[in-house]
Design a binder for this molecule. Structure first.
Ligand code: SAH
Length: 427
């Protein structure tokens, strides 16, 4: 989401006459777009910000813009005092403050009086900055900003504000603009992407949006993430099954396998519900690949409760598991009301156990691809190998002198590992 936001901001700056530079030292404006979902992310952002300080001392005309979840939607007064060398503070997804600072034009961003959420008058005609046009194969479009769920561990609702869906015509406009610049694959983004449209009054929902996007001819592939288990309707799943452009790839986090932990997390489903959902997804979408997110070491998680997660992961045989160790986030319910009582070494141990398990599962699933032919959309050349993805979102590398950028090619898988595969072209 931050990458997508940064692209839009870059493009907006270009319309004001600025140009991209890959060299931090050459920049007149530096925008640092930040994530604080875990302490490690916040530490990284903070470190990077501090590293910009000497540049500001060397060049007092340099403008530093801190953007994203480190700032949040609730104002930056405290940060302003703590970080006097930062010139502009912007909430997530909002280029408004920087544009206003540069143009002294306050009318460029609007504030929703009721929710405090900010909307920006974005030019959906040009989403990509110039240096990415004609090069970027796979792009992201945020379709739902913010989040109104209240998972007890999660800081995102506090920093990104209430859930708000973007109007479908704005999203379709961005999609057409991206495709006009050579993009072949679009991933729709939302904290709970399958809730898209629930706050709109015109009946638009994720399924109807997918159907509209499917009509854009030069667009080859569509994905969406992240789904919450409670909102993955049959309508959405049937769309994925029905339209060849919509990739058979679902990201639907479980977070924990134990029912009591799930209640404490306030996720709103049980272990049994999740298992049923996985079966339903597999029934409706043949050869689907499924990814999940898991947090280990949530407050109070016992060894036996952790084993519930282990068992679920072992039995469900999902394609990918994004693992995280619980990190208390300031202001969240779990930080205020629960003890972070699972010791760091136990969190690490549980993390490693799941990592090893998932490595075996992924290796097993990917081994089925050996010797088969799959359609791969190639994105870029890394060293001497072209990197692309299967419809199921598996990484594939091919060594060739041919220019494969943006091409969907049938390849033959010659090697498979847990995290990637190698393939050869047919001659
Ligand atoms: N809205 C999405 C993604 C949220 S952030 C969702 O709910 O699935 C991505 C992942 O970070 C989450 O799925 C969760 O697994 C992890 N995460 C969020 N807050 C965390 C915390 N306090 N500690 C550790 N991991 C966390």
């Amino acid at each position: 989401m931050n990458v997508a936001d940064s692209q839009r901001l870059g493009s907006a700056l270009e319309r004001l006459g600025y140009q991209h530079t890959p060299q931090t030292e050459d920049a007149d404006i530096i925008v640092l777009n930040t994530c604080v979902v875990r302490q490690s992310a916040e530490d990284k952002a903070y470190g990077r910000l501090q590293s910009l300080r000497p540049l500001k001392e060397k060049n007092p005309r340099l403008i530093i813009n801190l953007m994203g979840c480190m700032v949040g939607v609730r104002g930056a007064e405290k940060l302003r005092k703590k970080l006097p060398f930062v010139d502009v503070f912007s909430p997530p997804s909002d280029p408004g403050p920087l544009i206003a600072y540069l143009t002294q034009d306050e009318t460029r961003h609007l504030e929703d009086q009721e929710t405090g959420a900010r909307f920006t008058m974005m030019d959906t005609e040009s989403v990509l900055p110039e240096h990415e046009r004609g090069k970027l194969v796979s792009a992201h479009i945020p379709i739902v900003y913010g989040c109104s769920h209240a998972c007890t561990y999660c800081i995102i609702p506090y920093r990104r504000g209430v859930e708000r869906s973007r109007p479908a015509d704005e999203i379709l406009g961005e999609a057409r603009s991206l495709v006009a610049h050579g993009v072949k694959e679009i991933t729709l983004l939302g904290q709970i992407v399958d809730r898209y449209g629930k706050d709109l009054s015109d009946g638009t929902n994720l399924a109807s949006l997918l159907r509209s996007l499917n009509e854009i001819e030069a667009l080859k592939r569509i994905r969406f993430l992240t789904s919450h288990p409670n909102y993955l309707s049959d309508d959405i799943l049937e769309c994925v099954a029905e339209f060849p452009k919509i990739m058979p790839h679902i990201e639907v986090p479980i977070q924990a396998g134990d029912d009591e932990v799930l209640v404490n997390m306030k996720r709103g489903y049980s272990n049994a519900d999740y298992r049923q959902l996985i079966n339903r997804i597999r029934q409706i979408i043949p050869n689907v690949s499924i990814a999940t997110d898991i947090i280990v070491g949530f407050p109070g998680e016992s060894e036996a409760q952790f084993m519930q997660t282990y068992q679920l992961l072992d039995e469900m045989k999902l394609d990918v598991a994004h693992l995280a160790r619980y990190s208390p986030r300031q202001g969240t319910v779990s930080e205020r009301r629960m003890q972070d009582d699972v010791p760091a070494d136990v969190k690490m141990q549980r993390f490693r156990i799941l990592e090893d398990l998932q490595e075996q599962i992924a290796a097993g699933i990917n081994a089925h691809y050996l010797g088969t032919r799959v359609n791969v959309l190639f994105e870029e050349k890394v060293k001497n190998r072209w990197r692309g993805r299967t419809p199921t979102n598996k990484l594939v590398f091919v060594e060739t002198d041919e220019d494969l950028r943006g091409r969907e090619v049938l390849v033959s898988i010659t090697w498979s590992g847990p995290w990637s595969m190698q393939a050869k072209l047919f001659s």
